[in-house]
Design a protein. Structure first.
Length: 251
């Protein structure tokens, strides 16, 4: 069997996340529909992550095994010709036979976008959180440093999560501002359900004074979701970068 790694990007506004669901339209479904249309076979595809409903991706990866060799450039063109306009295939390449898009991932970077202005920007509707209040970026970056390192992130995970091991390592985190657009970037070895959205909401609650400065270590130590901040909307969240060990074992 040949194994191929695809990189795609998508606007998640119209989809209930990546993974196929009953009675809901997902990105994976659209990908598999397009693959079946081109090859006449509904090949299984394995995604690098399970993005939530309404979450976007600047870079998302999946691998697909086929019995025959693919012309990668032609496959990219063919998929883009039949996929919806809000999903785009960026690249395709052969990788090692045992490569797994999810389990061979060593880190991911998410970005959360905030439109920081009294007036909303119609071009960022469903693509960024509108936050009309002043943001103290320098203070927030100091507070965000408390997330660096290895911690139990139970307090920053949706309360209905069934994941047992909630320990994750955050390699980098910080806010950047360009005009009215604010971007929170966070890279970690893995993420829990709603983790980035709760981290963002907690930092915004610190900015507004709802949560005291310096409280993040205490919240982490508590392991209790009720002490962390709000879960911000999915519209501002983007899977931005995916890193695989050995670069996917490029052939």
């Amino acid at each position: 069997m040949k194994n191929y790694l695809f990189e795609i990007m998508y606007d998640g506004s119209a989809y209930h996340g990546w993974q196929v669901q009953e009675n809901a339209v997902t990105v994976q479904q659209k990908i598999q529909d397009s693959i079946e249309r081109i090859f006449g076979v509904r090949y299984a595809v394995t995604g690098c992550s399970r993005t939530d409903s309404g979450v976007h991706a600047n870079m998302f990866c999946f691998n697909m095994r086929t019995p025959d060799a693919l012309d990668c450039a032609k496959t990219v063109r063919s998929l883009n010709a039949v996929l919806p306009q809000d999903i785009s295939v960026l690249s395709c390449r052969e990788v090692s036979e045992d490569f797994h898009a999810r389990y061979d991932c060593v880190s991911k970077q998410y970005v959360y976008l905030i439109w920081n202005s009294e007036s909303r920007n119609p071009f960022y509707v469903n693509r960024a959180l509108h936050y009309p209040y002043s943001l103290d970026i320098d203070m927030l970056n100091i507070q965000a440093r408390d997330f660096l390192g290895t911690h139990d992130f139970s307090a920053f995970c949706a309360s209905n999560s069934s994941v047992e091991d909630k320990t994750r390592t955050v390699m980098s985190i910080g806010f950047e501002k360009s005009g009215n657009l604010v971007k929170l970037c966070i890279e970690a070895d893995g993420f829990l359900y709603n983790m980035v959205r709760i981290i963002t909401g907690t930092l915004l609650d610190i900015n507004s004074g709802k949560i005291q400065r310096g409280k993040i270590p205490e919240i982490l130590e508590s392991g209790n979701r009720i002490f962390a901040g709000k879960t911000v909307p999915a519209c501002g969240l983007y899977l931005n970068k995916v890193n695989h060990k050995n670069n996917g074992g490029k052939v």
